[in-house]
Write a protein that binds this ligand. Structure first.
Ligand code: DMJ
Length: 465
């Protein structure tokens, strides 16, 4: 188990034992939240198990748990085991080795991609391809890599458009594509997974296709260096020119930077280096409450909206990873301000009007992901305090008898009947990693995909400076 990450089963189990016997380190640390770290990690792990066991009891073998009705939800006409695949590496990281072993066995025996269903390439890539690859790296179970390769091959025809920008949907059995209109996030958030697949199978084709798609998107940036929200994969024309770091664009930027970090690819670094000044010039917004990132027209740079939201909260992590700690810290402070307005962050918030625009909260991880990065880089206990407050609110408002439920409204706190797989893949993982001992995962040696699956470059990096 977990050979590639050098967290052997015994070390992981040793950690499990440590968090039961709490406190010897606590007395020496000074800060109270530092002292609480082990207790918090144990609490996160217990709550993760509560949600995972709810999925197992009421939804096993299906994609997601419906935490209020205690039933299940499948994305397509047949399940693709979204939750087990997305959760596997969290089980390993939490030292739940027996559970991880059983889950890996179940996936290997029951998951088949030979299905006549048209799937959303982006979601399948970040959740399933990413989950299978990190699961393989952590367990050494070759069956997971074989599944990943089969899936990668089935997704490849989606790249066959005139521009090289992939179609949004592809039939897993027939290879038939649809969805000519796509967005930068869906088209440009593929290279970690496809690139890692290339490196692990020694077949360059996956990396090449994903890189071509990323470049095709970058090359269509405006004269002032911004990209839009929607694009036609056949014509390469923008169909929506709203520019921002939010939904439909967000992880495109994340992957420009991470492509360089994981593969040492200098072209990716150059694309990031050329993109970030435009983001900071036209999208960054200084207000009396701090630093935010809003919306602007991609051609003129003119401000079109002063909204930020739960998804945008990934950006402090990316800024920190790029070395821009100053903006990262300031933006994280703004995310936390947004969180505290109602004790849970809304999907969309107008930072000038101080008004919630979209009140839902689907249990998103981004704010805690950023707290984790900032804590790892600064060791400043304020990020532990932040994580503790977020976790307490998360438990208070979202916990149900069967697991955790999204909120219809962060204002009324009314719940809705969904618990997406990213809750177990990302939200609980980042909470846990924030509080757990640092050697739980070698942060500096992995690159997380956008679904929080850590990928480690076990191959020789070719170019990195
Ligand atoms: C996840 O599937 C990924 O983090 C994606 O990049 C954005 N949306 C969800 C989590 O909010």
């Amino acid at each position: 188990m977990n050979r590639m990450f050098r967290i052997t089963a015994s070390v992981a189990l040793g950690f499990a034992a440590l968090i039961v016997n709490t406190h010897p380190v606590a007395a020496q640390t000074g800060s109270s939240v530092q002292a609480d770290k082990r207790t918090l990690a144990a609490d996160v792990r217990a709550e993760f198990l509560h949600a995972w066991n709810g999925y197992k009891k009421y939804a096993w073998g299906n994609d997601d748990l419906k935490p209020l009705s205690k039933t299940h939800h499948n994305w397509y006409s047949e399940p693709l085991l979204m939750t087990p695949v997305d959760t596997l590496d969290t089980l390993v990281l939490m030292g739940l080795d027996e559970e991880a072993q059983k889950t890996a066995d179940y996936i290997a025996k029951n998951l088949s991609f030979d299905k006549d269903i048209s799937v959303q390439k982006f979601e399948i890539t970040i959740r399933l391809l990413g989950g299978l690859l990190s699961g393989y790296q952590m367990t050494g179970d070759k069956r997971l890599l074989d599944l990943a390769e089969d899936l990668g091959n089935r997704l490849l025809p989606a790249f066959e458009s005139k521009t090289g920008i992939p179609y949004r949907y592809i039939n897993l059995k027939t290879g038939e594509v649809r969805g000519e209109e796509t967005n930068p996030a869906e088209a440009g958030t593929l290279i970690i997974e496809f690139g890692a697949l290339s490196k692990l199978t020694n077949k360059p084709v996956y990396f090449e296709k994903a890189k071509r798609a990323l470049k095709a998107m970058f090359e269509r940036r405006s004269k002032i260096g911004l990209i839009g929200t929607r694009i036609n994969v056949e014509t390469g024309e923008w169909t929506n020119k709203d520019s921002h770091i939010s939904a439909e664009i967000d992880s495109y930027y994340e992957y420009l930077l991470k492509c360089w970090k994981l593969f040492g690819d200098r072209e990716c670094k150059a694309m990031w280096d050329k993109s970030i000044p435009a983001i900071n010039k036209y999208l960054a917004d200084e207000t009396k409450t701090g630093l935010w990132y809003g919306h602007a027209d991609m051609d003129t740079g003119k401000r079109t909206a002063t909204t930020y939201g739960a998804l945008d909260a990934f950006f402090p992590a990316v800024l920190a990873l790029s070395g821009d700690m100053k903006r990262a810290k300031r933006l994280q402070a703004s995310s936390f301000l947004m969180w505290n307005k109602h004790g849970i962050e809304p999907e969309v918030y107008d930072y000038v009007a101080d008004e919630v625009k979209h009140p839902g909260y689907p249990l998103r991880p981004e704010i805690i992901e950023s707290a984790y990065y900032l804590y790892r880089y600064t060791k400043d206990p304020r990020y532990l305090e932040m994580g503790k407050k977020i976790f307490e609110d998360f438990k208070k408002y979202c916990r149900t008898e069967a697991g955790y439920a999204s909120l219809k409204s962060v204002i009324t706190k009314e719940k809705s009947d969904t618990m997406q797989s990213f809750v177990l893949a990302e939200t609980f993982k980042y909470f846990y990693l924030l509080f757990a001992p640092e050697d739980t995962l070698e942060f500096e040696k992995v690159v997380f995909n956008t679904e929080a699956h850590p990928i480690r470059a076990t191959w020789k990096s070719e170019e990195k400076d």
